[in-house]
Design a protein around this ligand. Sequence first.
Ligand code: PEP
Ligand code: MG
Length: 582
Amino acid sequence: MESQALIAQPPREVFLNGVPASKGIASGTIYVFERSKITLHSHDQAVNDLNAEIERLHLALKRSEKELEKIALITEQKIGKAHSEIFTAQIMMLHDELFIRTIEQRIREERRSAEMIASEEITKYQQAMLAANEDLFRERVDDFQDLKERIIRNLRSGQIISRIPERSIVISTMLTPADVILFSRQQMLGCATESGGATSHAALICQSLGVPMVVGLHDIAEKVRTGEMILIDGYDGNVVLHPSPETLALYERKAKRKLTALSAGLTKSETKTACGRRIYIYSNIDFKEELPSLEKFGSEGVGLFRSETLFIAGGDTPSEEEQTDYYRQIAAELAPRPFTVRLFDVGGDKFLFASYKEANPNLGWRGVRILLDIPELLENQLRALLRANQHGNIQVMIPMVSSVEEVRAVKKVLSKVESDLRKQKLLAKQPFMLGAMIEVPSAVEMIEELAQELEFFSIGTNDLMQYTVAVDRNNEVVQSLYNRVHPALVRMIARIIKAARKYRRRVSMCGEMAANALVTPLLLGLGLREFSVASSNIPEIKHVISRTHLSDAKDLAAQCLKLATASEIEQTLRTFKAHYQL
Ligand code: PEP
Ligand code: MG
């Protein structure tokens, strides 16, 4: 007995679950990347030679710029110009006169070190981003953290950490886009972090590099040691520490299955269920730079273009001409495939005016409410879309509809704009189809009346979930309530599809639920025939569709519609998935 106890036992497997941020499966040895901490000591504060301090600042800014230029170049070579712009944006900040002048002035006035002041100034930008109450901005806070650490390290003449053991899996509290690019040169196999969102720049770069990533793993950097074995599943957000041979084999099979789905010509062929019913999968896009990913993943068009990103890209309200050009380019590239543009969904958790604040933005001035209150905004966008519709493939949907009146009001503006354009001989081809996002419970309640006003629906489960279950989609504290297959939501989806069928209206789903492969058979069973997801999700969804028989899916839907809890539905979906080996 005693001698047995002396034999070293293999370490026990530990299963952790985070948020999937970049697809793929990787296993290997851990490299724990410790970010150099920016500790600002009180001795930083006494500055006597002010000119020397300002010279030191400029030297550090210059060095930082050189580093970033190099990283931008590597990025461009590896994954293209669009991504390298993350770093060009940081370089621009290093040239920002206001930023530099403020630091210089404060050094002179406060006689404190460049480290202290630069750090405080960048922190101000970070706080403004956090306060923007918009995911896209919050996640950019990490980019500023990178810039801050870079400037401070260069002020101290510190060395950049860019070399890690080859083919490691990097674990860290957080990773910046620059870290990911530099580590990819040592063929980083995968990475996992405590913080960071699935749409952060670091995650987007991992996706383009094909490096699996899982984020949101609390305390992981403390739980692991460099050299230990780990497995990362970027499809479902699973992480296994000290994986057993059985677990490794299991995941190897999963990786193969995913790859087969990709390579089995699925991307090229039409999407059909196992029983031959044609299904359509479109892409959700935010920028035109994403169009190449449609070809790569075999998308059939754009099911959701979040046009409000035009504000974010330019900062100001985009003019009618700018919009016409932008829409025209995308529509031409996609034709004859559909280009579904959602009218500006600004406000709420989405950026509009930096100065405008509300106590409860998600229930406030947002989407169609803003469009109707600022007629010029709506008219310009509708004019641009009508002018851009040269190929007849543009379709337009109204965001955040909560009443029939709103739809009628938009239609009134549309017919006025249309007749103006006709008189001016600027009308491109034919009027576009008008639809609405169904993402507010009152719209579900009024779905039959809405079907009589509109030509199509797109189900926005992200907001529909938020408003139905009363969970803030951006509040981490209640995320466990948000990411569920709630029976109320399932019943609402069934109702929307039923009404759409009754009035022969098309209906698709562009919320995240459409990209959840576990739910795909249920959605098919409920009658959904059009999906719109981020392009990289298409192969997986297509694979599940191609293995599902509609008769089984219908039985599954009937069963789920009777269940009372999210756990029961999720368990039923898991059993279905295991049974049919999806
Ligand atoms: C949704 O609400 O489901 C949706 C697709 O729109 P967004 O995430 O942009 O609010
Ligand atoms: Mg929405």
